[in-house]
Structure formats: structure tokens, C-alpha cells
Design a protein around this ligand. Structure first.
Ligand SMILES: *[C@@H]1O[C@H](CO)[C@@H](O)[C@H](O)[C@H]1NC(C)=O
Ligand SMILES: *[C@@H]1O[C@H](CO)[C@@H](O)[C@H](O)[C@H]1NC(C)=O
Ligand SMILES: *[C@@H]1O[C@H](CO)[C@@H](O)[C@H](O)[C@H]1NC(C)=O
Ligand SMILES: *[C@@H]1O[C@H](CO)[C@@H](O)[C@H](O)[C@H]1NC(C)=O
Ligand SMILES: *[C@@H]1O[C@H](CO)[C@@H](O)[C@H](O)[C@H]1NC(C)=O
Ligand SMILES: *[C@@H]1O[C@H](CO)[C@@H](O)[C@H](O)[C@H]1NC(C)=O
Ligand SMILES: *[C@@H]1O[C@H](CO)[C@@H](O)[C@H](O)[C@H]1NC(C)=O
Ligand SMILES: *[C@@H]1O[C@H](CO)[C@@H](O)[C@H](O)[C@H]1NC(C)=O
Ligand SMILES: *[C@@H]1O[C@H](CO)[C@@H](O)[C@H](O)[C@H]1NC(C)=O
Ligand SMILES: *[C@@H]1O[C@H](CO)[C@@H](O)[C@H](O)[C@H]1NC(C)=O
Ligand SMILES: [Cu+2]
Length: 551
């Protein structure tokens, strides 16, 4: 029963929804006309007028190959954001934002004409005491500042007007946005559309090729929102390099950083974050109660709990022995060696994919997807590596997709995940082929819009060197260190032909190339043998753990 409870809790449980838009666009008129083209303060034309922006039909880059997913056809997030608004501001020059009063990433100045030097995101373990306090104070301020965006308390079909939207804090906007992108579908199950779990599983942010770019956009938006809430445009999000954590345990789980905790997982009263309330967190049983019969989205006005964290206390029998410590640097090295960004079918089952290794559904010894299996009657947990492992290891608010972003640790963690994406980009480049034009889960193809940001922009716009987006990292991961290695697990043979110079290393002689080919042949031999031995064994997926890690 306890085990079942765990699985259910980890299942991310229910993913109800809501929607967010600028307060000025949620008037009855704007909602009716589906037009969000505000006149900015101090201007007299929508979107600022000539030279700044004008109102235009919102393009719809949606790839129409989701027909098999019944839920997609009725989901509020389909063809984002056109279910809500089909005319939005088209900004000119370097202007950006829902009313064209902001600048595109990395630009500043009254006309956004200046490209600013990249802002450097720093290792939180290496910033000054003053900077650490600033991190806490700035987050706390964001939690206490009302956002320009409001959230809906109803699904689209029930939204009648402005009265259905409520205020939300700058921080909670991000909690709700993460929840919104990854929740299950909008239609109440009572409509019968969501007969089965698979019909309703629609995650625009995880379990797919869009995972790194989705979270890149998210951290950029959050960084900017925290800067604005604190009137400090030069502040940068710090990152937590968990692969370098002392003893592979949470070295930022102290009051100096994100807060210490007691043996029950409650935050220490000395932490700034101990008083925080969480939203959109409801660990009700999966498929039951509200899940089966939800008629309203997450109530963002109703804080339900407090932050929980109990690092390393996750049950190793159920989830795997590695879940009691943080990922190793050698596992990060392994993932970064993969020159292919992602492989079909671009979801959690992808093999030999950098993205799936980084996200954490592929094993960091074989490079292959591994779900839960039953080996001669014994349950063997699936792979929960790198990003996923950090979430589960923390054993609390961070361990379920629904609630994860309530914890400030989420932002430090994802800033580091973004740093690893950046490391990959600097080693392997940004070929268009890295992000597929079609074939990815809904909303995760390269030109599709990143749900639920508004005004909309695509994954492709995030797949660039970070310096083009106006930021950099104090240090990218282990430059040079892993180049000498060639181990790619069971994937060594396949992508060898396409290996980029960075992987083999510049100046590698013909001799080393020859050795690599030999190694690949030997590995291929053992891999084939192993596969044959494994074939007769049952490979059943365990629904509970399959769902456990998608933050
Ligand atoms: C946008 O939505 C409005 C209101 O539903 C509708 O009348 C109009 O035809 C739509 N425009 C486009 C381009 O889809
Ligand atoms: C936009 O920014 C670039 C620098 O990145 C600058 O060269 C260009 O002049 C700017 N464009 C406008 C219209 O201000
Ligand atoms: C911020 O905190 C003050 C004092 O605790 C409180 O009165 C106020 O309502 C808070 N504002 C928001 C937007 O949460
Ligand atoms: C929501 O916030 C705005 C801006 O701070 C404020 O004008 C408005 O009164 C708030 N609405 C409610 C219902 O609190
Ligand atoms: C889910 O609901 C069914 C029917 O109401 C009930 O029998 C079952 O015990 C519930 N499961 C959980 C885990 O609460
Ligand atoms: C579904 O929820 C609504 C509103 O909470 C409630 O009135 C109704 O009785 C529920 N239906 C079932 C079958 O539980
Ligand atoms: C934390 O770990 C305990 C013990 O392993 C487990 O029962 C519990 O469900 C976990 N909680 C979360 C939220 O991961
Ligand atoms: C992954 O994609 C394949 C091909 O579209 C599909 O058959 C499979 O069900 C997907 N797996 C998951 C877990 O979504
Ligand atoms: C991934 O690799 C496993 C083991 O080699 C294989 O069984 C599976 O079919 C592969 N999955 C895909 C999507 O290629
Ligand atoms: C499977 O498990 C049974 C019972 O534990 C054992 O007797 C048998 O040798 C095992 N078979 C293999 C192939 O490991
Ligand atoms: Cu996430």
C-alpha cells in the first residue's frame, strides 16, 4: 500500500490546467475578439505603432500530425495561443513583448538598439555572501510581487470574461506555467474524450526533444521577471552544478542557499523559504477523484502546502540505488559525448540521444532508454538519470512535475541543465537537423511555439549559442576533460560515422581512429550478444514509475 502510494504520488498525479495572459488582454472585449494588441502606456496606437509594432494575425506553425491523440483536438493548448488569441502584436526592429515595450533577448536601450555584453550566470557555490542573500531576497520579492499576467480559473469553454481571471505573483506565474505546459488535457474526463491515460497524456515541456529549449525559454523568462521585480536588470540566475556537489549530496540544502530540512522533509524555520506556500500541488490519487472529474483548472489563489525536501531519502528499492545520491560528473561527460541531439521517436524512449540522456530517461552506461523491467520476476527500476535523478533524489516538492517549480531549487537546477545544453551546443553546434520539423510530441517540433509563453515564440529561437540570447556561463561543463574518452555505451557503433570533431578530438591521428573502430566492433559484438540473451525476458512497463519523473 505504501509502495502504491509512492507510485501514485510520484505519478505527478493530476495535471489540471489554467491559462495565463496579460491583464490588459483579459477584458471582455479582448477575450471576445481574440485580439491581444494593447496600446502601451504613453503611446496612442496598438503595439506602439509604426517603428515599434502593429497588430497582426498570429501565425500558426503547429505541425498537424497529432490526429491520433484524441485529447489534442480539444485541448486549450492546441495551436497555441490561438484558442485564446489569434491576433497579437507583431513587434518591429528589436522590440518584443506582448505590447512591444520590451527588447528581444540580449538587447537594451530606449530603442533596443544596443546588443549588451552577455550577462554571466554564476555558480551559486562561488558567489559572494551578499550575492547569496540577494538570490534569496530577489526570489522572495518575486513571490510577493503581483504579475502583469493573470491566470484563468476556468477552461476555455467556460471562460466568460475578465471575472474568470485572477492575480498571481511573479513567482507563482512560473509555477503555474510549468504546471500548465505539462498537465494532462483540458477536457474534463466526464466528457469521455479522455478515456485512457494515453489519450490524455500531453506534455509540451517534457519527455521530448523540446525539453531543453522549453526550459531554456522558461529560465530566460524567469530571470527577466525576477530582474524586473527587483529593478535590477543586471542580475543573473545562479546555477547549481549538482555533478560537482560535495559527497554527491545536496550541498545547497542549507539556510545559506535554498534551506535546510528536518528528517520529515520540512524546511528549517531559519530559511527564507520556510514560510513559502505552494500552489497547484495536489497529490491526490492518480486517475481518481478530481483527476477523473475535474471541471475546473488548478486554483492558483489557493496555496495548499509548504515546500518539502528530504535529499537522498528516496526509496532505492522502488526507484533504484542511484536515487540516493546526485548524478556523477562522469555521467554528464558521457551524455555530452553524444553528437546526435535527439533520435526518433523524440520522446522518452529515444536511444543514443543527448537530449534523452540529459533529460534522464536513458541509462548513462548504455546510452539507451530503459523503462522498468521485470527480470525473472524481479522488478528492475527504469533509468532515472541526470535531470530526472536530481528531481527524484530531492524527495519532495521537486519530485513531482505538478509541484516542482514551487521550489526555488528548480530554477538553480534548470539553470545548470541549460548550462549543459550550452556545453553541448559549443561542442557540437546548432544544426537545424538537431530539432525535427515534425515527428516530435505535440508542441515540441522545432518551429512550434513554446507553450505557454505569450506572445509566442518557437523552440528554434532558443536553439542558439547563449551569447546570441544575451547570456553566458561562468564556466561550461568540463571543457576538454571528456574529449579524450570515447565510451558511448551501446551506441558507440551507430553514430561513429557522424561523430563531430569535438568528440574524437582535433588532431587525433589515424592510429587512434583505427583503435576506435576496433573498440566499436568489439562493443558491437558484445552488444549483439547481450541483446540476444535478453530477448526472451519480459519487458513490461510499470505505469507508476513510468510517470514518475518528468519535471
Ligand atoms: C480570430 O477569432 C475571431 C473570433 O473568434 C474570428 O472571428 C476570426 O475569424 C479569427 N481569425 C482568424 C484569422 O482565425
Ligand atoms: C538591433 O540590434 C542590432 C544589434 O544586435 C543592431 O545592430 C541593430 O541596429 C538593431 N536594430 C534596430 C532597428 O535598432
Ligand atoms: C507582500 O507581503 C506583504 C506583507 O507580508 C503583504 O501584505 C502583501 O499582500 C504581499 N503582496 C503580495 C502581492 O503577495
Ligand atoms: C490585481 O492587480 C492589479 C495590479 O496590481 C490591481 O490593480 C487589481 O486591483 C488586482 N485585482 C484584484 C482582484 O486584486
Ligand atoms: C479510486 O477510486 C475507486 C472508485 O471510487 C476506489 O475504489 C479506489 O480505492 C480509489 N483508489 C485510490 C488509490 O484512492
Ligand atoms: C464532479 O464534480 C462536480 C463538481 O465538483 C460534482 O458536482 C459532481 O458530483 C462530480 N461528479 C462525480 C461523478 O463525481
Ligand atoms: C520520499 O521518500 C520516501 C521514502 O523513500 C517516500 O515514501 C516518499 O514517497 C518520497 N516522497 C516524495 C515526494 O518523493
Ligand atoms: C514514443 O513514440 C512512439 C512513436 O510515435 C510511440 O509509439 C510511443 O508510444 C511513444 N512512447 C511514449 C512513452 O510516449
Ligand atoms: C532502443 O534500444 C532498445 C535496446 O537496444 C531497443 O529494444 C529499442 O527498440 C530501441 N528503441 C528505439 C525507439 O529505437
Ligand atoms: C529465475 O528465478 C527462479 C526462482 O528465483 C530461479 O530458480 C531461476 O534459476 C531463475 N532463472 C534465471 C534464468 O535466473
Ligand atoms: Cu520541467
Amino acid at each position: 500500500m505504501k509502495a502504491l502510494g509512492l507510485l501514485l504520488v510520484l505519478a505527478g498525479c493530476f495535471r489540471r490546467g489554467d491559462a495565463q495572459f496579460p491583464r490588459v488582454c483579459t477584458s471582455d472585449d479582448a477575450l471576445d475578439s481574440k485580439e491581444c494588441c494593447p496600446i502601451p502606456p504613453g503611446f496612442n496606437a496598438p503595439c506602439g505603432g509604426p517603428g515599434r509594432g502593429h497588430c497582426a494575425d498570429t501565425p500558426d506553425p503547429t505541425v498537424k500530425d497529432h490526429a491520433l491523440r484524441k485529447a489534442y483536438n480539444v485541448d486549450d493548448r492546441r495551436h497555441w495561443p490561438t484558442v485564446f488569441f489569434n491576433r497579437t502584436c507583431k513587434c518591429e526592429g528589436n522590440f518584443s513583448g506582448y505590447d512591444c515595450t520590451k527588447c528581444i533577448w540580449g538587447h537594451r536601450g530606449p530603442n533596443c538598439e544596443t546588443k549588451k555584453p552577455p550577462a554571466v550566470r554564476r555558480n551559486i557555490k562561488q558567489i559572494s555572501a551578499e550575492e547569496k542573500m540577494k538570490f534569496q531576497r530577489y526570489f522572495d520579492q518575486a513571490k510577493n510581487t503581483t504579475s502583469d499576467f493573470v491566470f484563468a480559473l476556468e477552461f476555455k469553454e467556460n471562460i466568460r470574461g475578465s471575472e474568470n481571471f485572477v492575480n498571481i505573483s511573479v513567482f507563482d506565474y512560473f509555477v503555474a506555467a510549468h504546471y500548465y505546459a505539462s498537465r494532462e488535457t483540458t477536457p474534463p474526463r466526464s466528457t469521455g474524450i479522455c478515456g485512457e491515460e494515453k489519450d490524455c497524456f500531453l506534455d509540451f515541456a517534457h519527455e521530448g526533444v523540446g525539453f531543453p529549449t522549453w526550459h531554456r525559454a522558461y529560465i530566460l523568462e524567469a530571470e527577466r521577471a525576477i530582474q524586473e521585480a527587483n529593478s535590477d536588470p543586471d542580475w543573473t540566475m545562479p546555477y547549481w552544478d549538482w555533478s560537482a556537489a560535495e559527497n554527491h549530496q545536496c550541498d545547497i540544502c542549507t539556510n545559506e542557499y535554498v534551506g535546510a530540512n528536518d528528517e520529515n522533509g520540512n524546511l528549517d524555520s531559519g530559511s527564507v523559504f520556510a514560510s513559502w506556500r505552494t500552489i497547484c500541488e495536489n497529490l491526490a490519487p492518480f486517475f481518481n477523484a478530481t483527476q477523473t472529474n475535474h471541471t475546473k483548472p488548478c486554483d492558483v489563489t489557493n496555496p495548499t502546502g509548504r515546500l518539502k525536501r528530504n535529499p537522498g531519502k528516496q526509496d532505492p528499492v522502488i526507484l533504484g540505488a542511484s536515487l540516493v545520491h546526485l548524478p556523477f560528473a562522469t555521467e554528464v561527460d558521457f551524455a555530452l559525448r553524444f553528437p546526435v541531439f535527439d533520435t526518433p521517436p523524440y520522446n522518452r524512449t529515444a536511444n543514443c540521444s543527448f537530449r534523452n540522456l540529459l533529460e534522464g530517461f536513458a541509462a548513462t552506461d548504455t546510452g539507451k532508454y530503459r523503462g522498468t523491467i521485470y527480470d525473472n520476476g524481479t522488478r528492475v527500476p527504469g533509468a532515472h538519470t541526470l535531470h530526472n535523478q536530481v528531481h527524484i533524489y530531492l524527495n519532495g516538492t521537486m519530485s513531482a512535475v505538478a509541484s516542482a517549480a514551487n521550489d526555488p531549487t528548480f530554477f538553480l537546477h534548470h539553470c545548470n541543465v541549460d548550462r549543459l545544453l550550452e556545453t553541448w551546443i559549443r561542442r557540437h553546434g546548432t544544426p537545424n537537423s538537431a530539432n525535427p520539423e515534425k515527428g516530435a510530441p505535440p508542441g515540441q517540433n522545432r518551429n512550434e511555439y513554446i507553450v505557454p509563453f505569450f506572445p509566442p515564440y518557437s523552440h528554434a529561437e532558443m536553439f542558439k549559442r547563449s551569447t546570441e540570447l544575451g547570456y553566458d556561463y561562468q564556466k561550461i561543463h568540463g571543457q576538454g576533460e571528456s574529449d579524450a574518452e570515447s565510451d558511448m555505451g551501446e551506441c558507440s557503433a551507430a553514430p561513429l560515422g557522424g561523430v563531430s570533431p569535438g568528440v574524437i578530438g582535433m588532431g587525433v591521428g589515424i592510429g587512434l581512429g583505427f583503435v576506435l573502430v576496433l573498440v566499436a566492433i568489439v562493443l558491437l559484438f558484445f552488444w549483439c550478444r547481450r541483446r540476444r540473451l535478453n530477448e526472451p525476458q519480459q519487458q513490461a512497463a510499470d505505469a507508476g514509475t513510468e510517470m514518475s519523473v518528468q519535471t
